[in-house]
Design a protein around this ligand. Sequence first.
Ligand code: C2E
Ligand code: MG
Ligand code: MG
Length: 688
Amino acid sequence: MKDPNNTRDTLPRRGSPLWIYLVSVIGAGAVVCAIALGGLFRHEFEALLGNPVFWILGCFVLFGELRPIITPGSTETSGAATSTTFVFAALLYAGMPVAILLQVVAAVTYGVFRRRAAHRTAFNVSQYALSITAANIALGGFGVHPSATQVWVPGGSDLIAIACAAVVYFLSNDTLVCGAVALHERVSLVKVLRRDIGYQVLVNLALLSLSPLVVVAMNRSAAFVPLIVLPFIAVYLIASGSVRREHQALHDVLTGLPNRKLLTMRTEAALSEAGHHAPRGGGPQDRVGLFLLDLDRFKEVNDTLGHHTGDRLLQMVAHRLAHSVRPGDLVARLGGDEFAVLLPSVRDGQAAREVAVRLRAALGEPVRVDGVSFDLEGSVGIALHPDHAPDFEMLLQRADVAMYVAKEARSGVEIYSPAKDRNSPARLGMLGDLRRAIDRKELELHFQPKIGLIDGQLVGMEALLRWRHPEQGLIGPAQFLPIAEQTYLMRSITHYVVDCVLTQAATWWREGLTVQVSINISGRDLLDSTLTDTIRVGLMERGLPAAMLQLEITERILMNEPAYAGDTVGALAELGIPLSLDDFGTGYSSLVRLKRLPVEEIKIDSSFVHRLTESCDDAVIVRSVIDLVRTLGLRSVAEGVEDHKTAQLLREMGCDAAQGWHFGRPMDAADATEWLRRRMERAPEPAA
Ligand code: C2E
Ligand code: MG
Ligand code: MG
């Protein structure tokens, strides 16, 4: 049965409609209980105590109440209490006072066991007592008046009377509960009644139709009753198994919070609910709010104090967030240190912002984990429906844009603003396509060699992303990555790229085609505190040494050096993964900065290399970069070398390696493997 206020144990405000309702039901229930129990005359009571059937029924009622059958989709409080079967059987067999007595004992025991608030238990007791009374009146209408001393064993012709009593019992019980839920959630009674009426009817039909069989079997011999209980136990075990599996599929293991899948389902339900209840005549409408919250500098904790402490901290954060929202709101963990909060109904942007500020305040309370104090901070991005997005994906994407703005501006909380969003409708369409492309595995990696200029040795292979579009053919990264980089999608893409590259590198490694493979990392990825872990675990799983991988980070990103970039770069370098500074010359690095960075390679941007043979200025720049790089003890790689003349010049300048069409174009995995195989078979030739 549904529970009236399962979301709160606090008594509603005195004088509020819900309070008046609860008090009235409890009052009426108390009167009914007093009359019923007072009516159990002494000799009836003695007859009861001496009747083993009474004790058997009592045990089953108690057990059924304490162990409701919870099926996927129902909750502990809306699950089916099998006590219903036995209470109703008690009503048929020995009358209303006995049924009420058993129900009161079971409900109170349940309340004590579960440490429920007294008013909730009192409401449950009353709700059942009133429903039993109503069913008893219905039975009386058919001239049936069972009692403890004059038990009733129905025959086949009594089924109509029993069916009527069962319907009355179910309707009164469901209406009483739904009344409380409706007042609690401030929605109409009909809406609550309709919510899961199908499920409730089915469950109660199954439970109540067994009651007359229990009575008949009991009358024959109490020994038959366990036969009825066995199917219950089987159903209970099957249901608990599938509930456990459903829970695992929809929740995060570490924090126990809902995961992305459940968040998607709940948000979609909230959006469709909002669609159905849009006010006519343009009155004010509540919004659906979606927050994205990312912890600031969580990476440092993980890296310096270890995963154990990091995990404990995440659990604490999860607990705090979950307890800082209203009943009905949902806090989910999307992965790493990223959380999402769904407000199915929020008045406006200002109200949503207040909730976000409250969440940040809850986070900001100092925490102690493993003897260390932490001051946690997080950035929250807010998107509202219908203002900012029509569906879940877009809401999430826009909350993400806002979160990114909050992080960059260090403002803590930001509501999505189109002015700060660099995505146009066409770009959004592209994002949708790209998201599907990831699922359909339309993204693929091509590989381009880096060749040593002195000895012609293969230095490495750079993985470059391509999108094999079903209509437009092969699309280069410049056409889609800049858009993806502004969104949450970039993470998925990079994790996908890391996975593909590691798999390819491991295959080559196994086949004796040993080569360092580099991955391009975007600025956005440096925000992702899970990236380091993904790479670490990926290397470990494939038994690859860290030196087999290289990460290329463009100079512009590192030199702007937002606070978070340095953290991730440091963590990656600590893993032993060589770093390469890509597109050098476009970001105005200072010498001092360059010296501090944990890089092993500098790639001279192709814009200088292209003009090398024509422009004196560019030749001077390239030569001084090569000298500088050598002074720092790093490797220089020239990008975009298209002809022999340029390669020759670079070699004379002392450049270590080069990459470009002159040496090899980016190739798909099969061609690259073939290229590697042929190359490894013959001795390296002088490069230029
Ligand atoms: P990049 O890392 O500087 O890559 C070099 C680009 O120059 C590649 O373009 C490559 O195809 C192109 N290229 C190589 N040799 C020559 C040449 O001789 N002449 C000319 N004109 N071009 C040459 P591509 O593949 O279109 O990639 C463009 C940029 O997209 C890359 O620049 C990189 O920053 C980014 N990118 C590529 N794949 C990924 C990826 O998986 N993740 C991320 N975050 N970025 C990627
Ligand atoms: Mg690159
Ligand atoms: Mg480059």
